[in-house]
Write a protein that binds this ligand. Structure first.
Ligand code: AMP
Length: 215
C-alpha cells in the first residue's frame, strides 16, 4: 500500500508513522528527516535546502520532488511505503501520482490527522527528536523513559531549531495555505480519510492502523 500522512507540523505524523512502521513493517519516508540528514552531512542537497528549512519555508519543488521520487524508487518501497511530510502542495501530489502511475500504482490512502492550531503550537514547543534515528518525543504527552535519551536506539535527544516559536508560526502559515487543496485532491481521488489527532496516541495509532490495512 502507498499511504500519505497529511497534517500540519506537530499533528503527530512522524510519531504515528514510526509506530505504524513497527506494526506493519512498511517503509517510512519522511522528507523533513531526509533534508535534516543531508544538512548534517553538508551534502549539496543539504546546503541547498538549509536556508529554507531554517526559516520554516518549503524547500522548492524542483529539489524536493526529485529527492522524494529517487527515495521511493529504492527496493524497500517497491510494494508500498508510508509518506510523512510529502506531498506538501498540489504540484508535489501530482508529481507523485504521475510517478506511481508510470508503474501502474497509485496512492491507496491519504490519512489526514486533524489537530487545532493552538494545540500544534504547544506540541511543537515541547518536542524532542532523536539525533540518531529521528524518533519523536514530547515533554509531557510522550516523554522518553530516560530524559534526553531515545527509547528505541539510545541516541541523544535534541530540540529542532525550526521548532522555535518564531519559525513555528511561519511553518504553520506556510503549510496551512497548502493543506486545503491537498485535502481536495485526495478527496476527489476517493482515498481521503480524516482522523481526530487530539486524542491519546494509542487510540490514534489504532485508527490509522485499521485504515492502512489492505482491504
Ligand atoms: P518536517 O520535519 O516535516 O516538519 O519538515 C521540516 C522542514 O523540511 C520543513 O519546514 C520544510 O522546510 C522542509 N520540508 C519537508 N518536507 C517538505 C516538502 N514536502 N516540501 C518542501 N519542503 C519540505
Amino acid at each position: 500500500m502507498y499511504v500519505v500522512l497529511l497534517g500540519l507540523p506537530g499533528a503527530g505524523k512522524g510519531t504515528q508513522a514510526e509506530r505504524l512502521t513497527k506494526i506493519t513493517g512498511m517503509s517510512h519516508i519522511t522528507t523533513g528527516e531526509l533534508f535534516r540528514e543531508n544538512m548534517r552531512g553538508q551534502t549539496e542537497l543539504g546546503k541547498k535546502a538549509q536556508p529554507y528549512v531554517e526559516q520554516g519555508l518549503l524547500v522548492p519543488n524542483e529539489i524536493t520532488i526529485g529527492m522524494l521520487l529517487d527515495r521511493i524508487s529504492q527496493p524497500d518501497c517497491s510494494s508500498g511505503c508510508m509518506l510523512d511530510g510529502f506531498p506538501r502542495n498540489l504540484e508535489q501530489a501530482r508529481a507523485l501520482d504521475e510517478a506511481l502511475a508510470g508503474q501502474e500504482k497509485a496512492i491507496d490512502r491519504a490519512v489526514y490527522i486533524k489537530v487545532p492550531n493552538d494545540e500544534l503550537v504547544r506540541r511543537l514547543a515541547g518536542r524532542w527528536n532523536c539525533s540518531n534515528c529521528g524518533a519523536v518525543y514530547h515533554e509531557t504527552s510522550n516523554p522518553p523513559r530516560i530524559e534526553g535519551v531515545c527509547d528505541t536506539c539510545g541516541g541523544k535527544l535534541y530540540q529542532r531549531e525550526d521548532d522555535k516559536p518564531e519559525v513555528v508560526r511561519t511553518r504553520l502559515e506556510v503549510n496551512l495555505g497548502q493543506l486545503e487543496p491537498l485535502l481536495e485532491h485526495y478527496q476527489k481521488m476517493g482515498v481521503l480519510v480524516e482522523v481526530d489527532g487530539e486524542r491519546d496516541i494509542d487510540a490514534i495509532t489504532r485508527d490509522v492502523e485499521s485504515l492502512v490495512e489492505p482491504a
